[in-house]
Design a protein around this ligand. Structure first.
Ligand code: HEC
Length: 504
């Protein structure tokens, strides 16, 4: 028996030594080895993103796991993401899915050296044209983000026709911002790239990667600085708006050493400051930039709150902040100069204040906001802070838009079975006067107006989507331009003049 055991082990031993390839193929392969072998080259060894996007839970937060598994198996057509279903078993794909939704053991390092090293100069300022290379009115240009294939379309708002289309970084989000003169556009991508685009020359000028996961970005009212709010690492990055060179990194941490993710940064032009909303601490920060001599200072004014706020709205003069928290039953009004709560407002569910708009109504001023959880639009009197109307809609909405020159406010029904519907509300009566279904079955979202308020541009949020243009008065369709999952669109004039009908 012993003799036979010995022979058996020898056979096994020889087999292992002789056919290491075969042994390896049969052994279960762990996520580490799989990731290193198949993914690291394009997605970065630490999953921070390289040629392919970052694969971290923070970056994939709106991307369902099932879809990730499908992308890994089948790849993405017309992109460099290959399918792996012939190389990897279903279990191995599941291992990888589990891995990419697991946070890194230690926060990624993306420090000043990494930011500086990522800086790209596509076209130095001295080489830019001094007049537009196109005949369109700069003030009535739109930039339309097409998420489907990561492009941005520049559209002439007078001719209602595109004049240029260019590839963006992966997943541009948080809104395109403009310099105060409207000449330069700034955009941030999910994975931390900030890009500066010249609307005279229709070309990218500078880019820099400020972090690994970025929420959004704002341009100072004086046009000198860009501030980006990062979730990974948890900080704020100040850039020189003229060339995106690094000015300062501000960690998001309170004096007790408690850290927080920023939820967004806003530019409060009338106050010469940035306002930063925090996601994990009950405070908001105001960071002034008006001190011309002290480029490096950016002092932080901390305003302590009763509760963590998840969503924000500022009145037009930036005197008040209205905030809502997903857990509280009411909204809070904070007087910014005094830094204290002055009222509570009755908004149930999960208002999408970031998309709130204002208009004069009777003898007062009102703010209206869609709701991410309830099928209703809430209208609040900005003088009394009372909710004066709850307008029932066909489902929760995401974006609400209007313009000073139109009697109507448009709100989408982004969530649920009626996602293809858009309501038109008469601002004078607070009643829905029309419900449009521009592409039955497909999500209709995000309306933006031309400079004069005459036309409303709406997105069909689909790979096989379109920009649908309506006459803002007759509510009739004027034109349809095919696009690949168009999401936000940003009109230069409405943004830089801070139209009350749009977010800034
Ligand atoms: C040859 C380069 C390359 C390789 C290898 C590669 N990817 Fe990708 N991957 C990409 C690119 C590029 C994209 C972005 C595609 C697009 O534009 O939508 C992507 C997208 C993805 C996405 C979708 C991310 C999102 O936010 O939409 C997932 C998930 C993903 N890859 C996982 C993997 C995994 C896991 C592996 C290894 C098994 C892998 N990839 C290997 C290039 C690659």
């Amino acid at each position: 028996m012993r003799y036979r055991d010995w022979r058996l082990w020898l056979t096994v031993g020889l087999a292992l030594a002789g056919w290491p390839e075969w042994v390896r193929a049969e052994a279960p392969r762990g996520a580490d080895a799989l990731y290193k072998q198949y993914c690291a080259e394009c997605h970065h060894p630490e999953r921070l993103g390289a040629m392919g996007p970052a694969l971290l839970p923070e970056n994939l937060d709106r991307f369902p796991k099932k879809e990730a598994a499908a992308v890994i198996a089948k790849g993405r057509p017309a992109t460099q993401m290959p399918g792996f279903e012939t190389q990897l078993s279903a279990d191995e794909i599941q291992e990888l899915v589990k891995r990419i939704y697991t946070p890194l053991a230690t926060p990624p390092v993306w420090d000043e050296a990494a930011i500086k090293a990522s800086h790209v100069i596509h076209h130095a300022n001295a080489t830019l044209p001094d007049k537009p290379v196109h005949a369109a009115d700069l003030m009535n240009l739109f930039m339309v983000v097409e998420l489907g294939d990561h492009h941005v379309t520049v559209l002439n708002g007078d001719a209602l026709a595109p004049i240029h289309r260019f590839p963006s970084r992966f997943a541009v989000h948080g809104g395109i911002k403009y310099s105060p003169d409207g000449r330069f556009a700034y955009m941030a991508s999910r994975d931390g790239w900030v890009s500066r685009f010249d609307l005279f020359g229709l070309q990218m000028t500078h880019e820099v990667r400020v972090g690994v996961n970025t929420r959004n970005m704002a341009v100072s009212g004086d046009g000198r600085f860009v501030m980006a709010a990062n979730t990974l690492p948890q900080n704020l990055v100040v850039l020189d708006a003229a060339d995106l060179s690094l000015v300062k990194v501000i960690p998001v941490v309170n004096p007790k050493g408690e850290r927080s993710r920023p939820s967004a940064v806003y530019t409060a032009a009338p106050r010469n400051s940035f306002i930063v909303a925090l996601k994990d601490l009950p405070e908001v920060w105001e960071i002034p930039y008006h001190d011309k001599g002290a480029k490096e200072s950016f002092p932080i004014r901390r305003i302590e709150l009763d509760a963590i706020l998840d969503d924000f709205f500022f009145d037009q003069p930036y005197r008040h902040l209205i905030g809502a928290s997903r857990t509280a039953a009411s909204g809070q009004v904070i007087q910014l100069d005094e830094g204290r709560k002055i009222a509570a407002i009755d908004i149930a569910g999960m208002p999408h204040l970031a998309s709130g708009i204002t208009w004069p109504y009777q003898d007062t001023l009102v703010m209206a906001t869609p709701n991410l959880k309830e099928g209703e639009v809430t209208v609040v009197d900005l003088n009394t802070w009372k909710t004066i109307k709850k307008i029932p809609t066909l489902g929760p909405g995401f974006f609400m838009r209007s313009h000073e020159n139109t009697p109507y406010a448009w709100v989408d029904v982004f969530f649920g079975p009626n996602k293809d519907a858009v309501h038109v509300i008469d601002k004078r009566t607070l009643e829905i006067v029309k419900t449009l279904r521009p592409a039955p079955g497909k999500t209709a979202a995000h309306v933006e107006f031309t400079k004069d308020g005459r036309y409303a541009l709406l997105s069909i949020w689909d790979m096989d989507g379109a920009l649908v243009i309506y006459d803002g008065n007759t509510l009739e369709e004027v034109k349809r331009i095919p696009m690949k999952k168009p999401s936000g669109k940003y009109n230069v004039s409405n943004k830089i003049n801070r139209s009350a009908g749009t977010s800034h």
